[in-house]
Design a protein around this ligand. Sequence first.
Ligand SMILES: Nc1ccn([C@@H]2O[C@H](COP(=O)(O)OP(=O)(O)OP(=O)(O)O)[C@@H](O)[C@H]2O)c(=O)n1
Ligand SMILES: C[C@](O)(CO)[C@H](O)COP(=O)(O)O
Length: 229
Amino acid sequence: MHLLIPAAGTGRRMGSHRNKLLLQVRSQPIIAWTLLAAQASEQISWIGIISQPHDWQDFKEIIADLQLTKPVKLIKGGSSRQESVYNGLLSLPANAEQVLIHDGARCLATPDLLNRCAEAICHCLGLIAAVPVKDTIKVVDENGIIQSTPERSQLWAAQTPQGFDVKLLKQCHGEGVAHGWEVTDDAALFEKCGYQVQIVQGEETNLKVTTPQDLAIAEFILNTRFDQK
Ligand SMILES: Nc1ccn([C@@H]2O[C@H](COP(=O)(O)OP(=O)(O)OP(=O)(O)O)[C@@H](O)[C@H]2O)c(=O)n1
Ligand SMILES: C[C@](O)(CO)[C@H](O)COP(=O)(O)O
């Protein structure tokens, strides 16, 4: 299975002066943890890291240090996650029929989750890892007034990996560009084009490292995982 890792962000919400994926958690850059999970997943055979050229030297050193045995390609990132993923899709090897897309910032996803998504995408056209929301969610207007309370049993929090048929996802990204759609995940493009997206049970610990608080939580989770062994 081909895996694309969007890793070309700036980390604005982290307040970092450089790509947050180069920040350390448990003595390894965030992107290294993501790559270690990809390396450990038996289903992943090829890795594309979508990133900004000014980070490539750092990424090359990380890849070399990890001694990854799978082929890794560096792909130029775009100005939004959406644009980065589209670049990634256009850089896939010609034989890639399905693809998993997994945020570099979700460095706690387990090899088991990658394996389950890779297996599931062989039986459907689109899927995402997701978990049921635990909070009661409110829809609020610009004055801070609640407009509605959606039924929680129908609400799921989207994660990555997200998996797709390559041809269809390329077509959906093309439609996105043509219509000027701006979305925060690939499933949203699939939905807008009228294709079904299946849910795969995600992981509570599969958080996206977005803020400094997330860094501390990620460190705690990794310590719990690795100190237990
Ligand atoms: N132009 C972009 C923007 C984001 N990403 C990637 O998409 C994932 C999810 O994005 P997010 O966590 O929002 O990362 P940043 O864009 O770095 O964060 P922020 O929005 O706070 O600046 C990350 O792995 C990030 O590197 C990307 O490949 N290309
Ligand atoms: C794809 C994603 O990780 C699913 O939760 C998320 O939508 C990325 O969006 P962000 O706006 O970059 O946080």
